[in-house]
Design a protein around this ligand. Structure first.
Ligand code: HEM
Ligand SMILES: Cc1cc2nc3c(=O)[nH]c(=O)nc-3n(C[C@H](O)[C@H](O)[C@H](O)COP(=O)(O)O)c2cc1C
Length: 500
């Protein structure tokens, strides 16, 4: 292969000619810039440099195989590495690194979920905090998620023997010590250098189930291998199982290939995300992306050419994500029919937001539904998962018990899980708290976060007067406030059921 001098590579540092070094190979990515799903600015910052480390934060190195033919310029002459450019500093308005004045508290000082966020803010670069915390539009969906857990009250029973409690719950026959699991979150490489595998290590050590994102930094096989390795250390004693969150690719052949890879890797269920036909408006991400574009001098091009790739309406600075050719806005209920032929394990629809769709999912033979608005990152003023659960209880209660029902969004206290379970849920997913715990403390933080939630849960059970999760009943909660706001048809309330 042609040897290329570092000084020559350094000259190609603009949108007119952009070369980068990845794993010692030199690539001309000029024509790829506007197609990059992560946006042009992020590559331009690396133009003329060795971008390997930066690249690996976001995706596996073998992605470079997808570059257009003819992109390889040669291999860098190893004696000329020092002549490469250094990455462009971005002087965007917000601080680009963690708040270094703040010290990370000792992990034992994290006694509830919000503590992990404070710790993460002390270590994470501004960009990663934006990625984790951003929400849709004015932030109201996220706010509703957080608020609604507090709008249902308990109706505790007293003088019951609550000496021992059993918090175990099964998801599709896989028992776990907890009725909560780690929600799928993409691009964990921007949060911790060991990314998803480090999250898996924490989960396995504590026995919590985890759903792995399609948008992970590491491949699904690498992540599963960590599960295998960690299990070996524990003589396969951990009940943790990995499930796979599936973003439907546009190309059906690719979708089937992906399902096969996931099946062969040993994932126990497919959680198809259905609330993301397009990426929501992640406001903070957009500000950051505009700042980055300004900083590398491409703002004058407008966002359309430089920040979108094909069907990708507005690539986020990180996360999400609307991957060109990977996220299909064309998916319909009928797709479940061919999917069922390709995937024999459980299928869960992630992102159900009303009773009608819950009923449809049941009719189409799904094994589970996840009531979720994507952590408030998709539709503006979307319903919280609890509100959707109440709709189901009112308008199609017959589906409860026919499929497994999961909720996620805004859960920040283990005892709140009990409210969902009282109302018929199987288990609850938790997202950001685990991401923040991972950021600040790696797998140790993940373990700690599981412990915190588990302790709140078992304490809550005792104070509520139950010793096992199957004793939880709807009458143990007062959901009147939310019920008052629940959707009702505009007319003829009496025939509600037949309308669905
Ligand atoms: C300096 C180099 C690069 C950096 C820093 C970078 C960074 C990123 C970021 C931040 C994202 C968005 C992640 C998200 O939306 O969550 C992304 C997505 C993506 N990038 Fe890059 N990228 C680089 C170069 C490349 C190159 C050369 C390719 C070649 C194929 C590529 C392929 C992709 C693909 C396919 C995605 C979407 C899928 C995924 O993230 O899993 N990137 N990249
Ligand atoms: C940073 C981040 C990345 C996410 N990535 C994905 C993803 O790749 N796929 C997906 O289906 N959901 C994704 N989600 C949504 C979560 O699975 C989950 O629905 C949500 O985080 C739950 O809300 P919570 O964070 O308030 O607990 C992401 C959420 C966050 C915060």
């Amino acid at each position: 292969m042609t040897l290329v001098d570092g000084a020559e590579i350094a000259k190609h540092d603009s949108k007119k000619s952009c070369w980068i070094v990845l794993d010692s190979n030199v690539y001309d990515v000029t024509n790829f810039l506007s197609k990059h799903p992560g946006g042009a600015a992020i590559i331009l910052k690396q133009a003329g440099t060795d971008a390997t480390e930066e690249f690996k934060k976001y995706h596996p190195l073998d992605y470079v195989r997808d570059l257009p033919e003819g992109s390889v310029v040669g291999a860098i002459n190893p004696n000329t590495l020092a002549k490469l450019r250094k990455p462009k500093e971005v002087n965007a308005a917000p601080a680009q690194s963690a708040d270094t004045d703040k010290e990370i508290p000792h992990v034992s000082l994290c006694v509830s979920c919000p503590d992990f966020e404070r710790a993460a803010r002390a270590v994470l670069p501004h960009k990663s905090i934006v990625y984790a915390s951003t929400s849709a539009n004015t932030g109201l969906s996220l706010k509703t998620n957080l608020d609604d857990w507090g709008r249902i009250y308990f109706r505790p029973r007293v003088m019951r023997n609550v000496g021992d409690v059993d918090t175990r719950r099964s998801i599709f026959g896989h028992s776990s010590p907890y009725p909560f699991y780690i929600s799928p979150m993409g691009t964990l490489g921007a949060i911790h250098p060991e990314a998803e595998p480090e999250m898996v290590r924490g989960a396995v050590r504590k026995g919590a189930h985890m759903v792995v994102s399609t948008a992970s930094t590491k491949t699904s096989q690498q992540i599963m291998q960590t599960w295998v390795d960690e299990q070996q250390k524990l003589n396969s004693a951990s009940p943790t199982r990995l499930f796979y969150q599936f973003y439907m690719p546009v190309d059906r052949k690719k979708a089937i290939e992906l399902m096969q890879i996931v099946k062969e890797a040993g994932y126990k269920g497919l959680w198809m995300t259905v609330d993301t036909p397009v990426l929501g408006k992640r406001t903070a991400d957009r500000v950051l992306q505009a700042e980055e574009a300004l900083a590398v001098g491409i703002a004058e091009e407008g966002t359309v050419e430089w920040e979108s790739g094909g069907e990708n309406a507005f690539a986020p600075a990180m996360g999400g994500r609307p991957v060109s050719g990977q996220l299909s806005p064309h998916t319909t209920w009928e797709d479940l029919e061919w999917m069922r032929k390709e995937w024999s394990g459980p299928i869960v629809l992630k992102g159900i937001q009303c009773a009608e769709d819950a009923k449809l999912a049941c009719g189409y033979g799904c094994d589970g539904i996840l009531l979720s608005n994507h952590g408030g990152r998709q539709l503006h003023t979307a319903p919280s998962a609890l509100m959707t659960l109440l709709e189901i209880r009112n308008y199609c209660p017959e589906i409860i018990g026919k499929l497994e029902i999961f909720l996620d969004g805004g859960l920040r206290d283990g005892s709140d899980v009990l409210k969902a379970l009282c109302l018929g849920a199987t288990a609850v997913g938790v997202g950001r708290p685990f991401m923040y715990a991972l950021a600040a403390y790696g797998s140790q933080g993940v373990e700690r976060c599981i412990d915190v939630l588990a302790e709140e849960l078992s304490l809550g059970m005792r104070l509520l007067g139950v010793t096992a999760l199957d004793q939880l009943k709807p009458e143990m909660v007062n959901a009147t406030r939310l019920l008052n706001e629940m959707w009702r048809p505009e007319s003829n309330t009496l025939s509600v059921k037949s309308r669905l």
